[in-house]
Design a protein around this ligand. Structure first.
Ligand code: PLP
Length: 445
């Protein structure tokens, strides 16, 4: 069998053995552990690439799960962050720059009147759900199957598709996706499949009057880029209106990436609340909750609590001001989308020449690659599909120094700094990885 050139991970492997003595799984976030001998430790990043501590240079399509929208170590954003550093830290008081960033967000995203800041996507969605509950006086909420809204108890419910009989009358069971989630909370979470209008109407009929919010990621950034149709998002909007439920569009991954106004602007739907994070500050930790004035004013004494020691940190805020300016005022998003198109078309050529049926989901700036004639349009279909080809190919791509998520759920993210050299390195590696995968698949038959 053809072999991928060996990638030297000697230092990463040695570091892992030391790190695991002090850090669970040797990492700071469970998803960064890729195996005892495949966990990478980064030395530094620049543009669309990063270098590991062994000196391997990778073209990166994870981009930290999306934040590095302009590329790593962007000089413009880093200079702004430095200006933020000169402000002096956090004061448990506000600075003027908060208003400038809030203005920018409201000018970019139609229908957003007011803004509050948070430190992470998780924190923003937690705040948005609390706001919706405080505003409506209701406690339960609706999630779309396959969605991810961060690591907090209310969001960590999923459907158990493995033990489910497709084609039957029963829906898959709702289960928590981590130990440590109180089962008592389950009664508050309802789940419904993406793009199934009948089931959406049914769930509103049954539970609409007790729902505080419906949360939706119209492009599922953690589920292969599965995308809602415009009709489905509009139906969600009108059912929310009919039942007095607040629509929360989670734009943590899509915001300021798929369009200046986020995925909501592509569907022409204005939510009551939207959450933003990743692309806001090119990797500096900041997030935002934005929304309709009447709802957002529930953030007040005696209303929904919101705040935190590091909220609107001067470094992140200055980085956000510059990153959003670049996304708003320069053709960065068009550059990103056109690289994404070129990459998809290069991938398609390679696969088509080998007779490999495939399709894409999502948006050219964050797309999922799927080995079937039609991409799935909900989590049940994805889960029941064969994604071993992708998983095997991803493994080889890593060895060839192209970084995509090891499992097919995470889309490929594009940044402004991905250039012609990144593209040609990627396509060369994909050609080899696909051939290696084909050999492996054929050998297994
Ligand atoms: C749609 C969505 N919401 C929320 C989150 C949580 O964000 P964070 O990882 O910054 O807490 C994520 C993270 O990937 C996300 O994709």
């Amino acid at each position: 069998m053809t072999k991928a050139p060996p990638r030297d991970l000697t230092r990463s492997n040695a570091h892992y053995r030391r790190a695991v003595q002090r850090l669970p799984l040797g990492v700071a976030s469970t998803f960064r552990y890729w195996g005892d001998d495949r966990t990478i430790y980064v030395d530094h990043g620049k543009g669309g690439r990063f270098w590991d501590i062994d000196g391997n240079a990778y073209v990166d399509y994870r981009l930290g799960y999306g934040p590095a929208i302009l590329g790593y170590a962007d000089a413009r954003v880093d200079a702004a962050a430095m200006r933020g550093m000169n402000v002096g830290g956090v004061f448990a008081l506000s600075t003027e720059r908060e208003l400038a960033v809030a203005d920018r967000i409201c000018n970019m995203v139609p229908g957003m009147d007011l803004v509050r800041f948070s430190n992470s996507g998780t924190e923003a969605v937690m705040g948005a759900l609390r706001l919706a509950r405080a505003h409506t006086g209701r406690e339960s909420y609706l999630l779309i199957e396959g969605s991810y809204h961060g690591l907090f108890d209310a969001a960590m419910w999923m459907v158990n598709v493995e033990d489910w009989q497709p084609g039957g009358n029963l829906d898959p069971e709702v289960v928590s996706y981590s130990k440590g989630i109180p089962q008592d909370l389950k009664a508050l979470a309802h789940l419904t499949p993406m793009n199934d209008p009948q089931k959406l109407e049914d769930v509103f009929k049954r539970h609409g009057s007790s729902l505080a919010a419906m949360l939706i990621e119209p492009i599922q950034g953690n589920c292969c880029g599965i995308s809602a149709t415009t009709e489905f998002v509009r139906l969600a909007r009108s059912l929310c209106d009919q039942y007095g439920v607040l629509l929360i569009i989670d734009e943590v991954k899509t915001g300021f990436r798929v369009a200046k106004g986020g995925v909501q602007s592509l569907h022409g739907v204005v939510p009551d609340i939207a959450t933003f994070a990743k692309a806001m500050a090119n990797g500096y930790p900041i997030a935002a909750i934005a929304g309709r004035e009447e709802v957002m004013r529930t953030f007040r004494y005696g209303g929904a609590a919101h705040g935190g020691t590091y909220t609107a940190h001067s470094v992140s805020l200055a980085a956000a001001e510059e990153c959003l300016r670049i996304l708003d005022e320069t053709p960065a998003l068009a550059t990103i989308a056109s690289y994404g198109e070129a990459l998809k078309s290069g991938l398609s050529d390679i696969l088509t020449r080998r007779g490999i049926v495939h399709s894409f989901t999502g948006h050219s700036s964050m797309f999922g690659l799927f080995f079937a004639p039609h991409a799935p349009d909900n989590y049940r279909d994805w889960k029941l599909s064969d994604y071993t080809f992708y998983d095997t190919m991803a493994h080889h791509l890593h060895d060839l120094c192209i970084i995509c998520e090891p499992d097919s759920r995470e889309p490929w993210f594009i940044c402004e700094a991905h250039d012609a050299a990144c593209l040609s390195d990627t396509l060369k590696a994909v050609e080899t990885a696909v051939d290696l995968t084909l050999e492996q698949v054929q050998a297994a038959q």
